[in-house]
Write a protein that binds this ligand. Sequence first.
Ligand code: NDP
Length: 607
Amino acid sequence: MQCAPTQTPDVELASLREKYRLEAEKRHRPEGFAQYLEARGEYEEYFEFDPYSPPPPREPVSDEIDVVMLGGGFAGLNVAGRLKEAGIDNIRIIDRGGDFGGTWYWNRYPGVQCDVESYSYLPLLEEVGYMPRERYSYGPEIFEYCQLMGRHFDLYEHALFGTVVTSLRWDESIRRWRVGTRQGDDIRARFVVMAPGPLNRPKLPGVPGIKSFRGHSFHTMRWDYDYTGGDWRNPVLDRLGDKKVAIIGTGATAIQCVPSLGEYANHLYVFQRTPSYIDDRGNQPTDPEWARSLQPGWQAERMHNFHVGINEVFDRDDVDLICDGWSEVNRNIQAKREAAGWPEMSLEELMELREVEDYRAMERIRQRVDSVIDDPKTADILKPWYRFLCKRPCFNDDYLPTFNRPNVTLVDVSDTRGIERITETGIVANGEEYEVDCIIYASGFESTTDLRRRYGIDAIEGRDGLSIYDHWANGFRTLHGMTVHNFPNLLFTGWLQGGVSGSTTLMYDQQGRHISYIVGETMKRGAQTFEPSARAEADWVRTIKENLALDKAFWESCTPGYNNNEGLEVTRYTIFGEPYGPGYDAFDELIGEWRDEGGMQGMVLQP
Ligand code: NDP
C-alpha cells in the first residue's frame, strides 16, 4: 500500500527563517566542543566502571590472531559477520563491555528504544534468521539480538570482554599489530579493524561544581538502578518516590527516560537548552503474516529505502516502505511533485521545495506540542525552531504528556546557553538554585571531539612509530575511508571519507563487505600485508576535497549541536567526517567496481 503524505500547515518562510536564525544564535557558544568535559581523570567515575555485567578478573592473554576487532557493537558484529561469510574464522572482538552490544550494552536507561524502525536498523536479519518482535525495538531485545549475532557467527570463543585497549602498534619485525590492553594482554594481530562506534564515550557539561555535588549523580549510559529501583526490563523506579531528581539534556536519550522519571520521582526537573523534535511513536508488534510474506533480499531493499527516505529524494516510482517521521519531508515532496504532474525541476527548485516542506513539517510538530501540553508557556518552551534533521528527530508517545504532570518542572536554560553551575545541593540556572537529591546527565557523547579523546587509545602507531593522530593532524587521509598509508593491515569503520548515510547500520554493512574483501584477498594472495600507496591515498583525499558534499549553508544555519560542529565553522569535525560528494550509492558503486576489477588497485601487497 502506498504511504500517504502528511497534512502540514501553511507557513510564512521569511519570518520563520529569521526566528530560526535568532534561536540558533542565542545558543551559540564560541568555545564549541570545549564547553564539554571529558569523563576522564577526576570525572572518570561517570564512565570507568560497568554497573551491568562486568566479567570476572582473568589472566593476561598472549597469543596471535588473524583479525582483531576493536568494538563489539553493530559495527564490529556486522564486519565480523561478513568476514565469517568470507571464510575468515580466526576473529577476536575486544570490548570494554561485558558482552556484545556496544551502545546497546551500555545504554540501559528506562525506556531505551531504537527510534529507527527495527527491520531496517538491526543488521543482517536475514543472514541471522531473526525477525524483531516489534516495529521499534526496545533496548533489551536489541542487546539480545547482538548476543544472538555473537552466537550465530561463533564470535564468543575468542572474544575478550571487560577489556580496554590502550595501545596499537605495528611491529614490522613480525609484521603484526601488537594490541596492548589495560589487562596486560599482548595480542599479535595480523589485521585490526577499528569499530568503536560514534557514541562510545560520555561527555559532561563543562560547568563549575560538578565535583562539589553531595547528592547522587550518574550519566545515562551507566544507569544506576540500585539507586532508582527497577531494571531496564521492568523500569519501575520505585526508589525515587521521595527523591527530587534533575536531568540535564533533552536529546534522544532524555526523551526516552523522562517519562519513567516523571512517573516515579517525587519531583523531576528537566533542564532544557534546545527542545527536540517530538513526533508520535505508534509502535506495533510485528505482523507475522507480513513477516512470512517477505521475499529473500527484503532487508537490503528496506535498509536502502530508509536511506533514500532520509538522505535522498524519492523519485516518481519510489515507494516509501518505512512511512514514518524520518521520511515525512521526502514523502510530502514526492506527493507535491506528483500532484503537479512531475514537472522538470532544477536542483535549486528542488531545494526550495524541500525547504518549504521541511518548514511545514516542523510547523506540524510545533502545533502538536500545543495539542498535547496544557500550559501554553510550557508548550512554547518545548517547540523546536530549526530545520528537520538539524537535530536528531525523536519519536515518543509519553514524553510530552510528562510535562502535564504536577511533579514535573521544565527549566529553560537557553538564555544562558546551558545550566550555570552545580552546587553541593543542586543546580543553578537562570540565577535560581534547584535543590535536588540526584542529577542525571543526559548530556550526550564524544561524537565529534578530538579523535584521540573519542578513540580513547593513546597510541595508534603504524610504520616507524607514526601516530595516526599525527598522520591525520590536518585532516583525514585514507583510501575509501577505510585504509591508511603506513598503517598496514589496519581497517576503519565509521564516518571518515566514504559514502555517508544517516543509516549507520547500512554504512557498516557496506564497510563490512569491503573490509572482508580486502582481508580475504590479502590472505588468498598469500600476502602478509596490504596498505594503500601514498599516491592512492593522496588521490582519494583529492577526490574527497574536490567533491565535498557538506551542505555548509544548511548546517551552518542549524541550531548548534554535534551535527554542525556546535554551530561553528562546518568542517570534518561534524559527526559525518568528510563524505564522498556524489553520495552513498555512488560510493557503493565505486568500491563495488574496485572489487570487481580484482586488482586491489592502489594497494601495495607484500609477501
Ligand atoms: P545529545 O548529545 O543528543 O543530547 C545532549 C543533551 O544535553 C542536549 O539536549 C544538550 O543540549 C544538553 N546539554 C549539553 N550541555 C548542556 C548544558 N551545559 N546545559 C544544558 N543542557 C546541556 O545526547 P543523547 O544521549 O540524547 O543522544 C545522543 C545520540 O544517541 C542521538 O543523537 C542518537 O544518535 C543516539 N540515540 C539514539 C537512540 C535511538 O533510538 N536509536 C536513542 C538515544 C540516543 P543542546 O541540544 O542545546 O546541545
